[in-house]
Design a protein around this ligand. Structure first.
Ligand code: GDP
Ligand code: IMO
Ligand code: MG
Length: 420
């Protein structure tokens, strides 16, 4: 039996939802290991579009789904998502870690206030309380799922926490009614309790016998350690996050698939060397429908950045690549790819750690002849030769085979190249 990891190699929204849906056909269990409802993963089946924020996308295929200890959970959103699936005839077979941290109302308020205070230097967060919740986790001031399913425990926890947090709330101007929070969260806890369990023991009990898929959220360049800090999210989307966020040994991850959009997009602030503020950016946004699944914000767009992709492929140690949205490049006369940066007269083939340098590098492009007719193709042989050249170039540069190419948003608009 085998495990597979699906990780985003860029700034999120690479199409992880679609790729996860595809690969989850042959797995028994799909696991989220980090992030929270800042994620928005889309799966399109027929005319129906499903948007997942917390529940792993494998739920659509009726698979067992697990929310691991590394995820931060807004219980209200979780319950809404369970209801949304139920109303579509899907009964969710979910297990959620009692160790996962809970997003509290004050986390969401703090996220908004911190962004406002940063002014021009704001991160451009999703304002879902993700950063403040992870901050509390690391500062040992968090509330866990295990706390909200027990009224006495929650009351004691909040009594203790609020002693420390009172001055912080005052500084932030946040008004808190502890009793109301307890009332609200205990109600959530009651509804969630049938799903709560020890996901670490569960996953380790099935990992050798069943097929398990780990669904990354966000993308490598948003990773708190490897991304464009401070313009990042507060978790570890990198494949190593599976070990800490799901309680699985790195030895148990058999195949790592990196999801790469055929061009670059980014939501929120922070450097993006290949961003095109002109015609091409506009074209990609429109044709690729690049508007956020979670916040509806227009994504910044530009050509594929292979310096960044190589960095992501290296650290994640990818085995295979899933190229998505290749159809969006249909109809362009020329397609460009950034293969290096220039800064201060010097050539860079590495992704710099300094946000100041990254902000000022100039991309060096290689140019490809454009193509047409990728949209909706289901066989590799049916792809135009020039599109195949583009795919081969990516595979060669990242030193990994292509697992699949996505040629449209729908499930069936997919070419499987190496299914092993
Ligand atoms: P995720 O966060 O990585 O799961 O990606 P999102 O779902 O946020 O964004 C990807 C968007 O592109 C969604 O609207 C998908 O339905 C859509 N999509 C995925 N793959 C393809 C593709 O190959 N072609 C096109 N045109 N759209 C795609
Ligand atoms: P999926 O899983 C794209 C971005 C935000 C912001 C930064 C920090 O759909 O790929 P946060 O709310 O996490 O503190 O915001 O991270 N961001 C995403 N961008 N896709 C996502 O998720 C994202 N989740 C967070 O826009 O720049
Ligand atoms: Mg998304």
């Amino acid at each position: 039996m085998a495990t597979i990891a699906i990780v985003g190699l860029q700034w999120g929204d690479e199409g992880k939802g679609k790729v996860t849906d595809y690969f989850s056909e042959h797995v028994d269990c799909v696991v989220r290991y980090q992030g929270g409802n800042n994620a928005g993963h889309t799966v399109v089946i027929g005319d129906k579009k499903y948007k997942f924020h917390l529940i792993p996308s494998g739920a659509i295929r009726g698979k067992k789904v697990v929310i691991g200890n590394g995820v931060v959970v807004n219980p209200k959103i979780l319950l809404e998502e369970i209801d949304m699936l139920k109303s579509n005839g899907i009964d969710v077979d979910l297990m959620i870690s009692d160790r996962a941290h809970v997003i509290m109302p004050y986390h969401i308020k703090m996220d908004g206030i911190e962004e406002e205070r940063l002014g021009k230097k704001k991160i451009g967060t999703t304002k879902r309380g993700i950063g403040p919740c992870y901050s509390d986790k690391i500062a040992r001031m968090g509330v866990r799922i295990g706390d909200i399913i027990d009224e006495k425990k929650l009351k004691k926890r909040l009594d203790n926490l609020f002693q420390i947090k009172k001055p912080i709330f005052e500084t932030y101007g946040i008004k808190i009614n502890k009793d109301e929070i307890i009332k609200e969260y205990i109600l959530y806890g009651k509804k969630i309790s049938p799903y709560v369990g020890d996901t670490i023991y569960y996953l380790n009990s099935i990992i050798d016998e069943k097929n398990v898929l780990f669904e990354g959220a966000q993308g490598f360049l948003l990773d708190i350690d490897y991304g464009t800090y401070p313009y990042v999210t507060s978790s570890n989307p990198v494949v190593g996050g599976i070990s800490t966020g799901a309680g699985i040994s790195p030895k148990k991850i058999d195949k790592i698939v990196g999801v790469l959009k055929a061009y670059s997009t980014r939501v929120g602030m922070g450097a993006m060397p290949t961003e095109d503020k002109g015609k091409i950016g506009e074209y990609l946004a429109k044709k690729g429908n690049e508007f956020g699944t979670t916040t509806g914000r227009r994504r910044r767009c530009g050509w594929l950045d292979m310096v960044a992709a190589k960095y992501a492929a290296m650290v994640n140690g990818i085995d295979k690549i899933a190229i998505t949205k290749l159809d969006v490049l249909d109809g362009l006369e020329k397609v460009k790819v950034c293969t290096g940066y220039e800064y201060d007269g010097k050539f860079y083939d590495r992704f710099p750690s300094s946000p100041d340098i990254l902000e000022r590098v100039k991309p060096i492009y290689e140019e490809f002849d454009g193509w047409d007719g990728v949209a909706g193709k289901k066989k590799y042989e049916d792809l135009p030769i020039k599109a195949r050249n583009y795919i081969d170039f990516i595979s060669e540069k990242l030193n990994a085979g292509i697992a699949m190419v996505s040629t449209g948003a729908k499930r069936e608009d997919t070419i499987i190249i190496q299914s092993d």
